[in-house]
Design a protein around this ligand. Structure first.
Ligand SMILES: [Fe+2]
Length: 304
């Protein structure tokens, strides 16, 4: 398990450097920027830090969907239109800044990545009272309950914008090492099964009621969702697996494939994040993608 530190200073990256960064990410390493390459203005940071006060009406987890330029997650009944517009503009600018940086930094990906949501996470992570499968402080790999990726990988870029506190993570060994401990004895992909469909129960679990459309998941998505739950519910793994702590300082950024690096967030407040979905055809080391690792383990195709 390694953290690759990227020194500060804007410069152009060579094609070889960009390929190396992609390869390091795909192997389960964290790329860490002690000084973020996508800083917000002090005024925008002050605005965001003000959103957790007791009387704030914008205090929930905020999601921004770049492809349709839509902001959600705020309390529309009490938030002022001016505050929502300001927050919308900050999130739009943050998303565009991250994309602008990574177009060059991760050049092999930019022709094919799918831009997913950006989020603002204003809540204190320490001591949150959440159901087990939604807890961030248990080691897990990410999977989307409502947005199947069909083999594309979940790449996340983070900013710690807290003025003084670190954001405290624990990570464990990457996918290839972790998954082999459990597959196929304790949990296995279901390569021949028909597509899973989201029913009313799944819709309620993510707060969408029964109105959620029937989305199809591939056998790969089905396994990744079950593996997320399996790790969080496995007390032996939580207690005994290798644990590597990292404390990301104020003003730093980091980037990691969170679908394959088991991670937990123990403490910290005020983070920004932009997610990308990276399809297998642009990976520089597709043979170590979780899709290919799983297919080799079960000797069957899992993508669909
Ligand atoms: Fe996560």
């Amino acid at each position: 398990m390694a953290v690759v530190t990227i020194p500060s200073g804007t410069r152009q990256f060579t094609a070889e450097e960009s390929r190396a960064f992609c390869g390091q990410l795909e192997a389960g390493e964290i790329l860490y920027f002690p000084v973020t390459p996508v800083p917000l203005t002090p005024e925008d940071v002050s605005f965001l830090l003000g959103q957790q006060q007791a009387d704030s009406s914008l205090h929930k987890n905020i999601a921004y969907k770049p492809n349709i330029d839509r902001l959600s997650g705020f309390d529309a009944k009490t938030a002022s239109p001016e505050a929502v517009e300001r927050l919308h503009g900050i999130m739009r600018g943050y998303s565009q800044s991250v994309v602008g940086f990574l177009v060059d930094f991760l050049a092999p990906y930019q022709s094919a990545w799918r831009l997913d949501y950006a989020s603002f996470r204003p809540l204190e992570e320490e001591g949150r009272d959440l159901p087990q499968r939604r807890r961030n402080d248990l080691l897990h790999t990410d999977a989307f309950p409502t947005r199947p990726t069909h083999g594309a990988r979940i790449l996340r870029f983070f900013n710690n914008i807290h003025p003084t506190r670190t954001r405290d993570w624990i990570v464990s060994d990457p996918f290839a090492t972790t998954v082999r401990q459990f597959v196929p004895q304790e949990i296995a992909p279901r390569p021949g099964s028909p597509f899973s469909r989201f029913g009313k129960a799944a819709g309620r679990a993510v707060g969408l009621g029964a109105a959620i459309p029937s989305l199809k998941r591939s056998p790969y998505d089905d396994f990744m969702m079950r593996f997320h739950n399996f790790l969080k519910e496995n007390s032996r793994f939580q207690a005994d697996c290798p644990r590597y702590p990292f404390q990301f300082p104020p003003g730093s950024s980091w980037m990691v494939y969170t679908d394959t690096v088991p991670h937990a967030v123990l403490a910290g407040q005020y983070a920004l994040e932009q997610t990308f979905l990276v399809p297998p055809q642009v990976m520089v080391r597709p043979e170590i993608s979780p899709l290919r690792i799983l297919e080799r383990l079960v000797h069957a195709p899992l993508e669909a």
